[in-house]
Design a protein around this ligand. Sequence first.
Ligand SMILES: [Zn+2]
Length: 452
Amino acid sequence: MGTSQKRPARSFPLIPLATVLVAGLLVAAAILITPPGQSTPGGTNLANAAMQVTDLPLKQLSPQAFADVERDLDATETPEPTTPVHAGKPTTVVVKRGDSLSAIFMRLGIYSNLAQLLKPGEDHRALERIYPGQKLVFTLSGTRLDRLELVQTPYRSLVYSRNNDSFVAETLHRQLDTILQYAGGHIDSSLYLAGHRAGMSDTLIQDLVHIFRWDIDFALDLRVGDSFSILYEKHLLDGEEVEDGEIAAAEFVNKGITYRAYRYTDESGRTDYYTLEGKSLHRTFLRTPVKIARISSYFNPRRRHPILNVIRAHRGVDYAAPTGTPIQATGAGRVIYRGTKGQYGKMIVLRHGNIYSTLYAHMSRYARGTGVGRTVKQGQTIGYVGSTGLSTGPHLHYEFRVNGVHRNPLKVKLPQTKSLPKAEMDRFLATIHAPARQLDAYALNRLALQAL
Ligand SMILES: [Zn+2]
């Protein structure tokens, strides 16, 4: 396995075991007292919220309006209720049930012509569809409206700005804060259960599977005791969690082998996951052509054939799966054969460059766009599991050939796509330094807990 790193990880310093355990226990204590959902100490603020909503001093408003105005003052700002009103101070209104824009204008004592705002156009139509709970932020000069912000999501607003006697609309995006958050766990029944227990969303679990899909067959290889750690981005707005971002670094320990991945955007702007050595985790081939299946027959040069009852080499791997299960091209390539061929039944052969070819047999049907000569992408569905040809039940027979020679698809060394150029390694190592150290700390912690 080119990308696996055996423990201890390269960045572990050589210090006596007792020291390691004490350090680990300290980390453990620090982690245990950090409640879930809280940011890690290493969390970084990448940006600050760009906008602040402040209120019009309250004495300017009628008692009715007073009740409608949601006080949203920034915590660092001191309210100044005695200061006389000056132009440009925004007022936030939360739309009530049965509210209309004209009713809100009346309550705020705005004398601007509503028709100036509600002119034809997609942006302006949004104002006709205000709904209860939605926020509107008004900026007035006396009784004249200068600016109206319609808050659509926590980080997107439509803003109408006065331009003489009309309003110009534009969309405003608010900057989110981003922190790195840790999640981790070990598998005792399923990855999804372990992931949920660690507070991960389904999307985040799928992202984790996606990162390591080249090295680990998640349908077949997972074992009780496997473990995972991730550092992922969490986007915040004014300290509130808004959404998860990308996984920045991940570790997966499968069958005792530690795999690590770091997200990195190279100098040409391409983002990928790499090992500590700067090798892309991306491979030219997927290990398995079906996502959910069990292996019903292995590559075996001396197999007794289940139907013919004679010794005959089984030169591929059989994946048992229900009829209709999608079959994906394991690599990008070109269709060089599609048709029915004796015991293989309906099959497709793909050619990948000059050296490799793959074969998919016993299909129930072909997917669209797989005629001879067509190119297919890696992961593209090329057909569906069936039981055509000589077959005891629905399964996919998959072959992998190197220079025309059958190789075991589960064991063959798959070609790697690329490594980072030497000139970029310093930049890469600087980028991944902090997340790598954090993953080290969590790995130490896990070892220390196991030693207890
Ligand atoms: Zn077979």
